[in-house]
Design a protein around this ligand. Structure first.
Ligand code: SF4
Ligand code: MG
Length: 340
């Protein structure tokens, strides 16, 4: 099956007073209908800049975007804004971290979903629209949708508001859904419910989902595949079980060690990765992760001078950008496990 979304060698940069800011550097991936790709990284890793490029939302007077973004077989990069809007149309929808800021405070919730529906169903009558909205509200788990249709956003809890956003995003049955930190503002129980809902819906509607998050725990709960981004690059890529069970990149291991939900013990001693991500206008030489990597000295000067290529390791499309040889990675992982 052809992937619904295919991204090839995507690059996004901006001129700044401090030099060119390279937000995304050569990112490639594909997502099929009915699958969720988790894109994970700290802030400044390029995950949101990647999402905006998927929607053709960068301001091209400021940003330079190159590479290919193909949605439903059609190329997005380099097309005029009006054409991109038409191409996105009802095929692509987006949900964000903060549903309150995306909802109009003085409009009834049902009416807001109805408006989203009518943008792409201009001929739809009142009765049909209301039926469709109530059906969607019910489908995303909003109780008593008939009554809640006429309520205002402030009458909904955070989790219920996120369900409203999901209903609004899915009411036109989009083929691609981009979710940028959709559960970050929610407590863990509600977060788990929303992720479960997204997982059910992507199977039911065969939607391709790109789930952007800083939290590998979220990826573990809701994604099929994962990209780990660092300083605008993919450092590791593969099936979720593979990457979470045997992370190969030192950065992925570091992220995993700092996620309580994946360690089974929320009180466990978290080990955040020392240091912070580099400035995107002044990237380190060689491997961009080397200033924070405890293995950087293992190969002499190599990590400091030579950028590692993203290459296939093992089976199932697992890819990695790290110079450490396979056996050495395995040895060091085993060492870490005994130490932990
Ligand atoms: Fe660490 Fe070197 Fe691998 Fe980069 S290439 S992650 S510095 S071991
Ligand atoms: Mg962001």
């Amino acid at each position: 099956m052809d992937p619904y979304l295919r991204v090839t060698d995507l690059r996004v940069s901006f001129p700044t007073a401090d030099g060119v800011l390279r937000a995304v550097e050569g990112v490639s991936f594909a997502v099929e209908g009915g699958r969720t790709l988790g894109v994970v990284g700290e802030s400044g890793s390029g995950k949101s800049a990647t999402a905006l490029a998927l929607l053709g939302l960068h301001d091209l007077r400021r940003a330079t975007v190159t590479g290919q973004v193909t949605i439903g077989g059609r190329e997005l990069v380099g097309r005029p804004e009006t054409e991109i809007r038409r191409l996105r149309g009802r095929n692509v929808a987006m949900i964000f971290q903060d549903p309150l800021s995306a909802l109009h405070p003085y409009h009834r919730v049902g009416r807001q979903i109805a408006e989203a529906y009518r943008v792409h169903h201009r001929g739809a009558g009142r009765g049909e629209t209301r039926r469709r909205v109530i059906e969607m509200m019910d489908r995303v788990g909003i109780p008593q949708p008939d009554r809640r249709y006429d309520q205002y956003p402030h009458e909904f809890s955070g989790g219920m508001r996120q369900r409203v956003m999901i209903a609004m995003a899915l009411v036109n049955d989009p083929a691609l859904l981009i979710a940028d930190e959709p559960t970050t503002a929610l407590d863990v129980t509600v977060q788990a419910q929303i992720l479960e809902l997204l997982t059910d819906l992507r199977a039911e509607f065969r939607t391709a989902i790109v789930l952007i998050t800083h939290d590998l725990g979220v990826v573990g709960q809701a994604a099929d595949d994962v990209l780990v981004m660092y300083a605008g690059r993919i450092v590791e890529q593969g099936h979720v079980e593979q990457v979470l069970r045997t992370p190969q990149h030192p950065y992925t291991s570091g992220l995993l060690a700092s996620v309580p939900s994946l360690r089974g013990d929320p009180e466990a001693d978290l080990r955040p990765i020392p240091g912070s991500p580099p400035s995107l206008t002044e990237l380190p030489t060689g491997c961009v992760f080397h200033p924070r990597c405890r293995h950087a000295g293992a190969l002499g000067d190599r990590c400091r001078t030579e950028p590692p290529e993203l290459r296939v390791v093992g089976t199932g499309g697992h890819r990695l950008a790290c110079h450490l040889p396979t056996r050495e990675r395995a040895r060091r992982r085993a060492e870490d496990t005994t130490r932990a």
